[in-house]
Design a binder for this molecule. Structure first.
Ligand SMILES: Cc1cc2nc3c(=O)[nH]c(=O)nc-3n(C[C@H](O)[C@H](O)[C@H](O)COP(=O)(O)OP(=O)(O)OC[C@H]3O[C@@H](n4cnc5c(N)ncnc54)[C@H](O)[C@@H]3O)c2cc1C
Length: 383
């Protein structure tokens, strides 16, 4: 396994638990979990399917101890039309719609379970070269060590070296936007609700943290994002609260701010003989539906299943192709849906605006359609 981010660590643990001899190569050791530590700027809206994976890997109870924030409702509205939609967990008989979890909670919990699952961690270890032979793959590290395996899994993020080294191309869409992230305190509690307002420049999301604060993801044009990150504290708070229509009152405090470029990408293949790509190495999507890491965890489930169904040689192309068939189409649909959604809400054309307002209100009043959306967002609910 090359890369020990949340997806690579989950994949290494799943393969280790499945009885495969697994080594994890990671270039930088994640810090040990500190309960008093600062809340991560990167938080994930973890859906039910990802939660089930963590339960199967027996790490969910420890994640609950380290801190997760269940959210019971999701509300989306539009700045330039009367469109509004609200989803409630109770409508589909669920206790919650998912959990907001910090990157450091997921990553540290998975890492802490690796040893007991027999996964060997080589860290720090940076992959430099790959030699792919018909019956084995050799991974050469920058420090001169060599690891030989029947399968190399590239979980090394959006700029995957594994992908480049085996010559897999990538289809990318640059949105010309960045996402500004920060953890903020508002006058009122977050109501255990994930909020999203579509502004002409892009979506602004407030994700509920367990302590009543919110983690914001504000997608906007690159120049505007740079301006927002550079604003003085008071000016930023005022602009943020206004952009969010004071839904939770004034913004009374904000932590450090950062911004990330937004890009959608899809590797042209997910597999080669003896090589598989998972997570951001295989695909990235617009963060507007908070699906990026969830798609990576779904890759992990599908890869481990495909390998398990064909015991013997985990790097054999037949099994890997089964994984690719299951995941590539699904991820492509999500990527296109996010692009369509982003274009629809980013459009300044008035007929599009009307459709947008009508669409949200219509879906809000059609329970079967609304519940269908909800089940899909949750990941794997029956019915
Ligand atoms: C603003 C923003 C908000 C987001 N919000 C959400 C959300 O709400 N929900 C959600 O599901 N997703 C969200 N995402 C997406 C999510 O962050 C990613 O999909 C997820 O982190 C991908 O995990 P990964 O393990 O595949 O890759 P990464 O987290 O990038 O990990 C890759 C790892 O590989 C290591 N590595 C790289 N190269 C090498 C090498 N040569 N040798 C050894 N190691 C190497 C790196 O050190 C790193 O640890 C968001 C993304 C952004 C930008």
């Amino acid at each position: 396994m090359v890369g020990g981010g949340v997806v690579g660590a989950a994949a290494a643990l799943a393969l280790g638990r499945a009885g495969l001899r697994t080594a994890l190569l990671e270039q930088s050791q994640p810090p040990p979990f500190d309960p008093q530590g600062e809340t991560d700027l990167r938080v994930f809206a973890v859906n039910r399917a990802s939660q089930r994976l963590f339960e199967r890997l027996d790490v969910w109870p420890e994640m609950l101890v380290r801190g997760v924030s269940p959210y019971e409702a999701m509300e989306v509205w539009d700045a330039r039309s009367p469109g509004r939609i609200r989803f409630e967990a109770a409508d589909v008989g669920e206790p919650d719609l998912g959990h907001i979890i910090e990157n450091r909670v997921i990553q540290s919990t998975l890492w802490d379970a690796l040893d007991e699952a027999g996964v060997e961690c080589l860290c720090p270890a940076t992959l430099a070269h790959l030699e792919i032979l018909p019956d084995a793959a050799h991974a050469d590290l920058e420090d001169g060590r060599r690891v030989t395996a029947s399968l190399v899994v590239g979980a090394d993020g959006a700029r995957s070296r594994v992908r480049t080294l085996v010559g897999i191309g990538v289809n990318s869409t640059r949105y010309g936007q960045r996402a500004v992230v920060a953890n903020v305190t508002t006058e009122r509690h977050n109501e255990a609700t994930a909020w999203q307002r579509f502004l002409p420049t892009g979506p602004l999301a407030f994700l509920p943290l367990a302590d009543g604060r919110s983690s914001i993801v504000w997608s906007t044009d690159t120049e505007d994002a740079e301006r927002l990150v550079g604003l003085g504290e008071d000016a930023f708070r005022a602009e943020l609260a206004a952009a969010f229509e004071y839904r939770l009152g004034a913004v009374t405090a904000t932590g450090p701010r950062a911004s990330f470029p937004l890009a959608g990408s899809q590797a042209l293949q997910y597999v080669r003989s003896r090589v598989a790509l998972v997570g951001d190495a295989a695909h990235t999507v617009h963060p507007l539906a908070g699906q990026g890491a969830n798609l990576g965890f779904a890759d992990v489930t599908a890869l481990v299943r495909a390998i398990g169904e064909r015991p013997g040689d985990p790097g054999a192309l037949r099994g890997l192709r089964a994984y690719e068939r299951v995941r590539r189409g699904e991820n492509w649909v999500m990527m296109r849906a996010m692009e369509g959604f982003s274009a629809l809400f980013g459009s300044r054309l008035s007929p599009v605006e009307m459709a947008r307002g009508l669409g949200l209100n219509l879906v809000d009043r059609l329970p079967p359609v609304k519940h269908g959306f909800l089940r899909r967002a949750l990941g794997d609910l029956k019915g």
